[in-house]
Design a binder for this molecule. Structure first.
Ligand code: GLN
Length: 243
């Protein structure tokens, strides 16, 4: 292992942590430890600077107002941008996904600049439509992951620019909400997704992908019976709802 300690940074638990997104930090941490990787977890509140020396960064979802406040603070803090520029891994969920793009619409109906770490732009979806419910999505085969399962709840819709690829294609649910079937986006080691769940508990392969990117070594497989059971339960629920 070329790394003495993996630094896992969870950004703004005080503002961006809806739908149990904290679970993503717990799961990455646990799956690293099970492989004998030592982890230092750093929870960064919104009044603290984002460290530049992290290996994996996580940002969760949030309601429109906390999302605006988080974006205001992150725009003033160069830490995350510097970390991504030197190749750190980042997973951003829902509000976090919108924030790391070029722009999004805030709770005051204004277009807010994002951090520009992912070539996406978010706007409002059709009036009266909120993308809520279970999602199933086939992941870009390059990433070698089984279909993603998750839960979404967002008003914003996200348009992908030429600098990113869709993370996945929905077979149920809205995903990016642009009606082209795309869900999430990724470029390099930066991933944005609309999936809560938390997404790692439903898709531990995603946690392992981040760990592989961050450590640069293949990981030993783990016994994933509980995750598989949760996946099976959610897949059954989605299929039942669709029939
Ligand atoms: N506030 C954003 C929206 O509604 C993100 C919501 C979320 O993070 N669940 O689009």
């Amino acid at each position: 292992m070329g790394m003495s300690k993996l630094r896992l940074v969870w950004i703004y638990p005080d503002l961006l942590s809806t739908y149990g997104d904290q679970g993503n930090a717990l799961i990455v941490e646990r799956r690293a430890r099970l492989r004998g990787i030592d982890v230092e977890r750093i929870d960064v509140r919104s009044d603290q600077p984002v460290p530049t020396s992290g290996d994996i960064y996580l940002i969760g979802g949030g309601e429109d107002r906390p999302q605006r406040l988080a974006a205001e603070r992150l725009r003033r803090d160069p830490g995350l941008g510097q970390a991504v520029a030197r190749g750190a891994t980042l997973l951003a969920v829902c509000a976090g996904y919108q924030i790391i793009g070029h722009e999004f619409v805030d709770d005051l109906d204004r277009v807010e600049p994002g951090l520009g770490l992912l070539d996406v732009k978010s706007g409002r979806g059709p009036v009266g439509r909120r993308c809520v419910g279970e999602v199933l999505a086939d992941v870009d085969p390059v990433l070698g992951l089984p279909p993603l399962s998750g839960f979404e709840n967002h008003q914003g819709v996200t348009h992908l620019g030429p600098g990113v690829k869709p993370l996945a294609r929905v077979t149920a649910g809205f995903g990016n909400g642009t009606d082209d079937g795309s869900e999430g986006a990724y470029a390099g080691r930066v991933i944005g997704t609309y999936l809560h769940g938390p997404v790692m508990s439903r898709n531990p392969g995603l946690a392992d992908l981040l760990l592989t990117w961050a450590t640069g070594v293949p990981l030993t497989p783990l016994e994933d019976r509980w995750h598989e059971q949760l996946r099976a339960e959610r897949l059954k629920a989605v299929r039942a709802a669709a029939s």
